[in-house]
Design a binder for this molecule. Structure first.
Ligand code: GDP
Length: 632
């Protein structure tokens, strides 16, 4: 599950393009429709050609609404960067690019749209050149350009294909078991009450979960969840999620609040950060200046403490301690943007290094600066863990390749992570490592396990009469490769999380349970079998009495045994018949259909079905009219 955000100058055709791609017009407000302009965030979703469903956050392009844009781009995995072919690069093209660069959005596709308005190919080439030159050096420098028109539909298929390719190797958001939802919309739905939406991070939410709204600390409960308008039992990290909560009133919540599980997050009014100033800022950033901080979906006023410098010039980097006017929820690694309040201007942005620094730092103390530097670099273990999370379950070799740590650091990082249980080898129980073995982080594993259990549980809920979910169905729901699935399955069985029955997977302790009415019908049916064990009701009779589904459940549970397309016995009766026949034949004799019929006082139909079944299963062999025990 991924989320894409739009970007681009006002009127360049973002909303129209999203509507053409998804069939959903993202402008929601009446004022937006009247002014034909996006003011606030819009939301849509679509299925890419490879079947992946992606959420889309459509942002306003007008410079007056840049701050609404910032509330929406926090959780995106990739951008659709829209540039109108007739106008080319404009001021908010640059400003949006600068913001995506500060947020380190590294994946995206540039949609050169409105190409229907431009007849001159040379002009399109020039505009593309111009785009390349401003994207150069940014996090989106390698984004492909696709020429499209939302009016006549040209290039839309290519755009979707290019998005699918771009997202294909975009890591999924890690499940750290600590869900948090930066709230970007709050509203009520008649009959349901309060709904909040956002892009879910760091963990999964389930219907029924207890939650808190921070920073206020209001307690509530998840009544229902939706992703892309579909009801879900569980919402996974990285998905656009709507949460229907009980216990909290709509006017107690606002954009920028955070929904989380109780006791997992604190609030903070002071953060240490690394900061990069945009190159075209109009003036330096001075110590003690007042700025607006945008982080997650939140916006708060902050005062800057510049560490180790009196001012930062455009393009420079440095370390800040930010003192916030209002509390927020954030964690190390979160990205943020700073803007000057008035006149509004993007100053720069960076990453949170410490979300709860213990004290107000002395600005020029060497140890303070040293600490900032080492926090920025991160420990090798942190780096390895991040990479392993991004890789999902993967061979150790693969993660090592991506981390690019030198041997000694790598060894230390691995030892620490294995020792603390944050990382483990999936395939080998004794933790003896080979570079080809699959490794998983504890949180990735926990979330995959939760997902597998929830799939199997859901299967049982839907098919109460089936013993289990076909393994292949589970594998395709989990979307993992065969090797990973096999290793995971083995672990789940070992750990008692799931039970394997041949090709089926079951929750431990699951029992097929019949409804009272079905039970009555089954009793009636079994009574008929008891009344005539050797001439019982036919398959068709059974199915018309108890229904096909219940019939199959009785077969699966070994209560009935079907021996031919229309002959079925109670299992116990069949076993008795077959024991008697075998005992007879062991005396060295033979049996014919007619003899069988007379012995069991049944009809030719049943006699034939049983004997043919015994031939097929290799118990007897036929020789003319006679059957004898098969010689081994
Ligand atoms: P946004 O502000 O970037 O979301 O831009 P809109 O989607 O509201 O589009 C601005 C204007 O451009 C509207 O009048 C659209 O009808 C028009 N427009 C959008 N895409 C195209 C296109 O591909 N071709 C043409 N000819 N007009 C377009």
């Amino acid at each position: 599950m991924h989320v894409i955000g739009t970007a681009g100058h006002v009127d360049h055709g973002k909303s129209t393009l999203i509507a053409a791609l998804t069939g959903i017009h993202p402008d929601r407000l009446k004022e937006e429709k009247d002014r034909e302009m996006t003011i606030d965030l819009g939301f849509a979703w679509m299925e890419l050609p490879n079947g992946e469903k992606v959420g889309i956050v459509d942002v306003p392009g007008h410079r007056d609404f840049i701050e609404n844009m910032l509330a929406g781009v926090g959780g995106i995995d990739a951008a659709i960067f829209v540039v109108a072919a007739d106008e080319g690069v404009m001021p908010q093209t640059r400003e949006h690019l600068a913001i995506l660069d500060l947020l380190q959005v590294e994946r995206g596709v540039i949609a050169l749209t409105k190409t229907d308005l431009v007849e001159d190919e040379d002009w399109l080439d020039l505009v593309e050149e111009d785009i390349r030159s401003i994207f150069n050096g940014s996090s989106l420098a390698d984004a492909p350009i696709v020429r499209v028109s939302a009016k006549n539909g040209s290039g839309l298929t290519e755009l979707k294909n290019t998005l699918a390719i771009t997202l294909k190797d975009t890591p999924h958001r890690a499940d750290l078991g600590r869900p948090r939802l930066p709230i970007d919309r709050v509203f009520t739905i008649a009959g349901f009450g309060t709904v909040v939406t956002g892009t879910l991070l760091d963990g999964s939410l389930r219907a029924g979960d207890e939650v808190v709204i921070l920073p206020a600390g209001l307690k509530g409960r998840v009544r229902g969840l939706q992703t892309h308008r579909e009801k879900e039992e569980i919402a996974i990290p990285g998905s656009r999620t709507a949460v229907n909560i009980t216990g909290v009133n709509v006017d107690q919540i606002q954009r920028g609040d955070m929904l989380a599980h109780p006791r997992q997050y604190g609030v903070t009014k002071r953060i240490d950060t690394h900061f990069r100033m945009v190159a075209d800022a109009s003036s330096p950033l001075r110590h003690s200046s007042e700025v607006k901080l945008f982080i997650g979906a939140a916006e708060v006023v902050a005062r800057v403490r510049l560490i180790g410098a009196d001012q930062l010039l455009p393009g420079e980097k440095g370390w800040l301690q930010l003192e916030l006017r209002d509390p927020i929820v954030t964690v190390r690694g979160d990205r943020y943007i700073l803007r000057r309040p008035s006149p509004g201007e993007t100053l720069g942005g960076g990453q949170v290094l410490d979300a709860v620094p213990k004290r107000r730092h002395k600005r020029f103390a060497p140890d303070v600066l040293d600490r900032m530097i080492s926090l920025e670099q991160g420990t090798p273990a942190e780096l390895f863990l991040q990479t392993a999370r991004g890789a999902g379950i993967a061979p150790l070799r693969e993660v090592i390749r991506q981390t690019r740590l030198e041997d000694k650091q790598l060894r230390e990082a691995l030892d620490e992570l294995l020792r603390t249980g944050q990382l483990f080898f999936l395939e080998s129980a004794d933790q003896r490592e080979s570079k080809d073995d699959l490794i998983a982080t504890a949180d990735t594993w926990a979330s995959m396990t939760a997902q597998a259990e929830s799939e199997v549980r859901e299967f049982h809920r839907m098919y109460t009469l089936k013993k289990g979910m076909p393994r292949e169905a589970l594998k395709s729901r989990l979307k993992v490769e065969q090797r990973i699935f096999l290793a995971a399955m083995r672990r789940w069985v070992q750990d008692g999380r799931l039970v394997e029955l041949g090709t089926l997977v079951q929750m431990p302790g699951f029992q097929v349970s019949f409804r009272p009415q079905q039970k009555t019908q089954i009793d009636q049916l079994l009574a008929q079998f008891a009344g005539a064990p050797y001439m019982p009701p036919s398959v068709k009779d059974c199915q018309s009495l108890v229904g096909e589904e219940v019939y199959h459940a009785l077969i699966e549970q070994d209560i009935l045994k079907q021996v031919s397309p229309d002959v079925v016995f109670r299992k116990e009766d069949f076993d008795q018949i077959s024991d008697r026949v075998i005992a007879e034949l062991q005396k060295g004799g033979t049996i014919t259909v007619a003899q069988f019929r007379d012995q069991f006082n049944t009809s030719r139909k049943y006699a034939l079905a049983v004997l043919e079944y015994m031939d097929e299963t290799g118990v007897t062999q036929r020789d003319g009219d006679e059957r004898r025990l098969k010689q081994l």
